[in-house]
Design a protein around this ligand. Structure first.
Ligand code: HEC
Length: 288
């Protein structure tokens, strides 16, 4: 492997938007179960638009208190926490997204009949995951990699390959049990790879939230050792690893990255990032 772990300096970081658009809310709250033109866990937007096109009130009512209607599907979790105004916007979004689309016939849209990268869109789920604090966020990347970001420790925990999450136990038990990973863990990170020179090992990292970009991928914001980070994780185009784009604000004298991790093949270990570079840079991790 020629470039086991390399560093490149990016000029600009993606800005964080002030508020979530209906498309972003849909992506985070609904997309795991609803696709535009085919049944996933729940019915397609085409089917939903057919029922609710001119009935926004009923749509909102359903989302606040979903019923058991179809055979052989799980119960939809209540979306009451989003509030009525947001649910109304989602109604408009769903109708617009379904406009001009038709339902794919069974089999036609089989996600396994075409490369996953072609069909899978990013997903972000707050969920209980194995080997993470209760504040875990699961993210499905385009392609076949997913990762678990631990919002309590403000760091990437692990990456797995395959499907996303088998959420059934989680949804059924109202969050009291762990979701199961639908795939195999290919990388585990023992600690955050960046240690600011100013780091106080006793200071608790602070999670500051995340925003979903136009590409559906989340950018996490957190503070460690007096430095404010943003981190966006993307799959490498060939699926052999991930690229992590960081920006930092605050006093970064120098940072050391720790890449020594058995599952990163021929990792070269530690290197320093200068204060100037630390404003925006990318780390690449490969494992095959
Ligand atoms: C965990 C999976 C899941 C999530 C997340 C989810 N839904 Fe659903 N949804 C379902 C399932 C399953 C059904 C079908 C339930 C049934 O028919 O018994 C459904 C049905 C629906 C329906 C159709 C109701 C009808 O009359 O047939 C609407 C509308 C809907 N969902 C909207 C939403 C919106 C909007 C969101 C996000 C804010 C959302 N859902 C998030 C699983 C989900």
């Amino acid at each position: 492997m020629k470039h086991p772990l390399f560093l490149s300096v990016l000029l600009a970081a993606s800005p964080l938007c002030a508020a979530d658009t209906p498309a972003q809310v849909f992506q985070i709250q609904c997309a795991a179960c609803h696709a535009v033109d085919q049944m996933l866990v729940g019915p397609s937007l085409v089917e939903i638009a057919g029922i609710y096109r001119d009935r926004p009130d009923e749509f909102v009512k359903w989302c606040i208190a979903p019923q058991h209607k179809r055979e052989g599907v799980i119960e939809m979790p209540s979306m009451a926490h989003l509030g009525e105004p947001v649910l109304r916007q989602l109604h408009g979004y769903v109708i617009a997204a379904a406009a001009g689309k038709t339902e794919l016939k069974k089999g036609q849209g089989d996600p396994y009949s075409v490369p996953r990268a072609m069909v899978r869109r990013p997903q972000v789920q707050r969920i209980f995951l194995p080997d993470a604090s209760p504040a875990a966020i699961a993210v499905a990347l385009p392609g076949d990699l997913s990762f678990c970001f631990d919002a309590a420790e403000c760091r990437l925990r692990y990456v797995w390959k395959g499907g996303f999450i088998d959420g059934a136990p989680y949804w059924k038990a109202n969050g009291s049990s762990l979701a199961k990973l639908d795939g195999e863990v290919v990388y585990r990170e023992p600690s955050h790879p960046l240690t600011p020179g100013t780091d106080d090992p006793l200071a608790t990292p602070k999670f500051l939230g995340y925003r979903v970009g136009k590409d559906g991928l989340p950018t996490f914001r957190y503070r460690r050792g007096g430095v404010e980070f943003t981190e966006t994780i993307r799959p490498l185009p060939d699926g052999t690893g991930i690229e992590r784009a960081f920006t930092t604000e605050g006093k970064v004298a120098q940072m050391v990255t720790i890449g020594a991790e058995a599952s990163i093949s021929s990792s070269t270990g530690n290197f320093a990032i200068t204060a100037e570079q630390s404003k925006a840079f990318t780390l690449t991790f490969r494992w095959k």
